[in-house]
Design a protein around this ligand. Structure first.
Ligand code: ADP
Ligand code: ADP
Length: 229
């Protein structure tokens, strides 16, 4: 089974005024194991909704969503999805180390200290273990979020505009960092972005969504050779 599989998925929301808003229509796509796919499209075309369907945070109105051949909820329950969404803020009262350890505590598992330290080193935050989020720059906070999303060694990584709040220079640096981190794990990844250069820089394949409701309008294989290949 592919890492992520969408078959004819439509997602509609019932609005408070009783009307129905269709966010995503008749969407089929898949992400292979070990593949890095970027979802690119303008604001409002359903990218976040698509990611939330993969994360089991929404259920499709019609069609089928499978992750590793199973229902998303099963993978969530097994803590095999790593998620770094822009809105998933770090807990401000916890230190860097405690934030990265959090998924172990939520899963009720003993903290694997070497794993936590290894990720702290990998994302370049050695020396900042005891800092609190508000003492860090935006880029550093995003690195904490990415370390946290990887700490349980998930099978699937979901990134929703992980660098959307950063300035262009920091964002480019973080893209280089993410590519380096990703090449260590080669985890199946779905990244949502509205930045073309980010999608082309990071992904093996770019799926372009457009329209309201959104649907797949194009799929691009990224032809460039990268250091990781
Ligand atoms: P994107 O991530 O591409 O900006 P979204 O998936 O956030 O797009 O939103 C697509 C459309 O679905 C938008 O019109 C948005 O307002 C709507 N939408 C998303 N989530 C909900 C929700 N929970 N309830 C109602 N409408 C929603
Ligand atoms: P993005 O920044 O990725 O476009 P949004 O800011 O549109 O995301 O949405 C953030 C959150 O709000 C998501 O959980 C989305 O499902 C929800 N949301 C978006 N639009 C609506 C809406 N019209 N009604 C209710 N929830 C919404």
């Amino acid at each position: 089974a592919p890492a992520i599989d969408f078959r004819g998925v439509t997602k509609s929301f019932r609005l408070p005024d009783g009307k129905t808003l269709t966010a995503l229509t008749d969407t089929s796509l898949s992400v292979g194991k070990g593949e890095f796919v970027a979802l690119l499209g303008p604001s409002g075309c359903g990218k976040s909704t698509l990611l939330r369907l993969v994360a089991g945070l929404e259920a499709p109105s019609s069609g089928a969503v499978a992750v590793e051949g199973r229902a998303p909820a099963e993978l969530v329950k097994a803590h095999r999805l790593g998620i770094a969404f822009q809105e998933h803020a770090l807990l401000p009262w916890l230190t860097v180390r405690q934030n990265i350890e959090l998924p172990f505590r939520i899963a009720g598992r003993p903290v694997v200290r070497e794993r936590v330290q290894g990720l702290i080193n990998l994302v370049g935050l050695a020396g900042f273990e005891a800092a609190r989020p508000k003492q860090l720059s935006g880029g550093m906070r995003q690195r904490v979020a990415i370390a946290r999303s990887l700490v349980l060694e998930p099978e699937i990584l979901l990134l929703d505009e992980p660098f959307g709040a950063l300035d262009a220079v920091t964002r480019r640096q973080m893209n280089v960092e993410l590519q380096r981190i990703w090449s260590e794990s080669r985890i199946s990844t779905l990244l949502v972005t509205h930045a073309v250069e980010e999608a082309l820089f990071l992904a093996d394949r770019v799926i372009v969504l457009s329209g309201r409701p959104g649907k797949v309008v194009r799929t691009l294989e990224v032809p460039f050779d990268r250091p990781r290949h």
